[in-house]
Design a protein around this ligand. Structure first.
Ligand SMILES: CC(C)(COP(=O)(O)OP(=O)(O)OC[C@H]1O[C@@H](n2cnc3c(N)ncnc32)[C@H](O)[C@@H]1OP(=O)(O)O)[C@@H](O)C(=O)NCCC(=O)NCCS
Length: 188
């Protein structure tokens, strides 16, 4: 089955719907332009009880374990499928981006990866630590680090159903600029 991923303002949406295609997922893209460093610093400091900092490759195994624990919680859409690769492959993220995490003592409880151009790859927080500002804190730390290097426009995205992810991004100043629909062909 070939799923077509189409932006919601594309005239092809009504053509596909008229042809009997069904929406099987929704996703979005958001941008943060000229971030507010004070707001981001506050977001980092607000995450009480954890240490937020950049992670080096020495954390590859712990990051992999965190992602494996959270894999089932990433909402599935055809446009935002998240499968955790083997640890060596996950570690390749350090060749194209930077990784930031939250530590409760020695334990890694949240992490995010961002490309050097400012595009977030994925973010996850361990169940039991969610809803306490940790997702925002690791993401804010990643933005501040790239901001210091001169990056001014940041991108992110996710599944239409992911209220926590949307909430965390909006709190940091991201604005949803695009919505996408995944269409599956009619069942004949
Ligand atoms: C998405 C995720 C990383 C968010 O991390 P988090 O630490 O729970 O997020 P935060 O506490 O920093 O922020 C969540 C915000 O969304 C709001 N929110 C709205 N609906 C929510 C919901 N259903 N659950 C949790 N928070 C919700 C919260 O109120 C909060 O905003 P506030 O601080 O302004 O009150 C985490 O839920 C997670 O790991 N999910 C599984 C993996 C995933 O889906 N990752 C995102 C795809 S890249």
């Amino acid at each position: 089955m070939t799923v077509e991923i189409v932006r919601d303002d594309d005239p092809r949406c009504s053509e596909l719907e008229a042809a009997g295609y069904r929406i099987v997922g929704e996703s979005w893209g958001a941008r943060l332009r000229d971030p507010d460093p004070a707001l981001l610093e506050h977001a980092v400091l607000r995450a009480a009880g954890v240490t937020v900092r950049e992670l080096d490759r020495g954390y590859a195994a712990q990051w992999h374990a965190l992602e494996k624990a959270n894999e089932k919680d990433y909402p599935y859409t055809p446009a935002t499928h998240h499968v955790v690769p083997p640890v060596e492959e996950l570690a390749e993220q350090w060749t194209t981006g930077r990784v930031f995490g939250a530590l409760d003592g020695e334990r890694l409880v949240g992490a995010t990866v961002i490309s050097l151009a400012g595009e977030t790859g994925f973010t996850s927080v361990l169940d039991g630590y969610r809803g306490r500002g940790i997702g925002q804190a690791v993401k804010a730390a990643s933005i501040l680090a790239l901001y210091a290097d001169g990056v001014r426009v940041f991108g992110t995205g996710g599944a239409g159903l992911n209220e926590a992810s949307i909430g965390a991004n909006v709190a940091l100043g991201y604005v949803i600029e695009e919505r996408w629909r995944s269409y599956a062909p009619p069942i004949r």
